[in-house]
Design a protein around this ligand. Structure first.
Ligand SMILES: CC(C)(COP(=O)(O)OP(=O)(O)OC[C@H]1O[C@@H](n2cnc3c(N)ncnc32)[C@H](O)[C@@H]1OP(=O)(O)O)[C@@H](O)C(=O)NCCC(=O)NCCS
Length: 161
């Protein structure tokens, strides 16, 4: 089994990948929330849309924010039949690499308290930093998770002249 994570912007046919993502995102609204189609295209053009495939077949995706002090994960999704075989870990590992390259201090995300995904973030070393009130309609609590990244020290050389 080969697991590959790619930016949609690096694909020869990104439209196929984005159609796939839109289809999966509709199925996963309860867990990952709703975003309009234009937002996916916008993130695609900003190099922030990732897909993961298994032996060449798309099985999931993730959306992330810019690599600033805090890099946000907006959505992460793996198809039901492909869960628990490290695709999710591979996706988040790629976001971690992007965040580290951008000298982010942490990765952050929000995850509804009642989702099994909370155990996923915990297994990946994320810390639950606080619980927030969710929407009034479902009365869900929302967990905010963070992963601290190693900071790079900038050493200033003293001018001894
Ligand atoms: C969360 C999600 C992306 C994880 O993807 P995945 O490919 O199944 O995760 P991995 O196989 O990489 O899991 C890595 C580890 O996380 C933990 N983990 C993952 N899913 C878990 C679950 N449902 N229950 C308990 N632990 C879990 C395990 O420790 C796992 O390692 P193990 O299988 O060797 O025990 C996937 O379950 C998903 O798409 N869920 C629906 C959408 C969702 O909830 N997204 C997140 C919203 S914040």
């Amino acid at each position: 089994m080969t697991i590959t994570v790619q930016r949609t912007s690096d694909l020869t046919h990104p439209r196929l990948a984005i159609d796939y993502i839109l289809h999966q995102a509709k199925r996963g609204t309860d867990a990952i929330g709703f975003l309009p189609t234009a937002k996916y295209w916008d993130l695609h053009h900003r190099n922030r849309l990732l897909v993961v495939s298994r032996d060449g077949q798309l099985v999931g995706f993730a959306l992330h924010g810019p690599a600033r002090d805090e890099t946000k994960i907006y959505q992460a999704w793996i198809e039901e039949s492909c869960r628990r075989v490290e695709h999710g870990r591979a996706l988040i590992e790629r976001i971690r690499t992007i965040a580290c390259a951008g000298r982010s201090l942490r990765i952050a995300l929000r995850c509804a308290d009642d989702l099994p995904a909370c155990a996923f973030w915990d297994a990946l070393g994320f810390t639950l930093v606080r619980k927030e009130e969710g929407g009034a309609r479902r009365g869900r609590k929302i967990n905010r998770f963070e992963l601290r990244l190693p900071s790079v020290k900038i050493v200033k050389h003293q001018d001894r002249s």
